[in-house]
Design a protein around this ligand. Sequence first.
Ligand SMILES: [Zn+2]
Length: 239
Amino acid sequence: MQSSFKIGNIMDIPIKLDTSFLLALPISAYFFAINSQPYGFVGVEPTVVRYTLSTLSAIFLFVSVLLHELAHSYLAKRYGANISSITLLLFGGVASMEIPQKPGQEAKIAFAGPLTSLIIGFICLFTYNYVISSSSALSQNPIYLIIWVLGSMNLVLGIFNLLPAFPMDGGRILRSLFARKMSYVKATHSAASIGKFIAILMAIYGIYIGDIWFPLIAFYIYGSASNEDRFYSELDRSV
Ligand SMILES: [Zn+2]
């Protein structure tokens, strides 16, 4: 069974939707419908308006994720790396590309994504706070809440991706910094170890405050760090 399908091309890069993405839209829309501002639309009545705003926000969120991936891809292309595709998945997106030879380039490519998310986040929050909120006509209309929700989500996306742990961009930035001083395999191992340590701290924190999401995300981060480490050390042995 095909696990992804192509929806178009941007900058000559095939844009694909993973089949898990079909679940992502309703899950994200539901998340926005049951969370309060600035992460959702609880309190907006009638229900049909709340769910319409939530669905629109879910679509815009994935457009934001696509822009994040395109920022990585744009810079990677400029450095001459091949990008085979961008795929949108249940949680976020992946740009499949060659890893550039120069560690400094990998760091810049990795940083371009979160930087784009932070810029979109700040522009949305600035617009909401200084344009929408200050006008009584605009602030009465719940449709503009989408700008606030999108701003907050893009900030979360940017900050979360800067965590120095695989598979987040922060993990790649860290690896490329290490790779200036050591081999790529050793740099991956060191970055993965830091990622695992952060995952353990995150799990302990989650258990301490009684929030199940932290241990779940920590488990995912720990697994990703192990995979990345194993992948490169096996690659090293096979060369
Ligand atoms: Zn990214």
